[in-house]
Design a protein around this ligand. Sequence first.
Ligand SMILES: C[S@@+](CC[C@H](N)C(=O)[O-])C[C@H]1O[C@@H](n2cnc3c(N)ncnc32)[C@H](O)[C@@H]1O
Length: 303
Amino acid sequence: MNDGARHAPVLLKPALEALAVRAAGIYVDGTFGRGGHSRALLDRLGASGRLIAFDRDPEAIDSAREISDARLHVEHASFDSIDERLRARGIERVDGILLDLGVSSPQLDTAERGFSFRHDGPLDMRMDTTQGESAGAWLARANERDIREVIRDYGEERYAQSIARAIVAARAQQPITRTRQLAALVASAVRSREPNQDPATRTFQALRIHVNQELARLEIALPKCIDALLPAGRLVVISFHSLEDRIVKHALRDRSVWQTLSKKPITASDAEVEENPRARSAKLRAARRVVMAEMGGEEELDA
Ligand SMILES: C[S@@+](CC[C@H](N)C(=O)[O-])C[C@H]1O[C@@H](n2cnc3c(N)ncnc32)[C@H](O)[C@@H]1O
């Protein structure tokens, strides 16, 4: 198994409660990671239940394939292809969909993946290492304005301008290929530091979101999730920063489609955060697709 580290599933209990798992149901885990949520889902499914697990990361997929369970079906794909992947399996609608967004602990902890400024590695940051452009390749060719906009919009970084300028000046001397090299460059361009946060945090988040087109994929996926759910089916999304949460909140706003299961997002208890610091910024939003009677028959037109 090539997952050097483990991933502790975040908000596991509330996620399962919100999914209201039916033993004979069909479920989608859009973000398998290391399968923390998937394993717990399988535990609740009966013999006729099914779980379709997606991940973009080939290492996550390898670990999913190690689970020997005929009820588990594995898709190496982004969750925004949920419609075509379910269709290819002859599945029309499912009972529940879980998206636990962002990166997994093994992705962050493996230096070669290039996600973290805490380890020195190549500036890759691709979740799907079989395709696409690495962060380093993009930084080598993007113009200063695009670099500034990515860092500002996806990192909400107020020093985006100075960081972009520093990157463009530095790469004229020497290519920027390593995580620590970029982190040092960012630190030199940032004038004040936020407490308890490395100065490179926002820039790394921004590049990761850009390289993986994370927000665009989420925006594409959410309406497809609506279409893929049975009436009364559940959608559960765990997000880790305000940009993701805003998209989810917006998608669940339509009361003719969704009944939200709690007005406010569910967050982790102090005990969970103590045990798993990744849970600190997690927000879970859950909704139930409204059924025909609740919609005055519109559901029928839609179906
Ligand atoms: C927070 S981890 C999920 C952890 C998982 N719930 C567990 O308990 O092990 C997020 C995972 O989602 C994957 N991922 C992120 N965006 C994705 C997308 N658009 N499609 C499919 N997988 C995605 C990442 O590769 C990563 O493995």
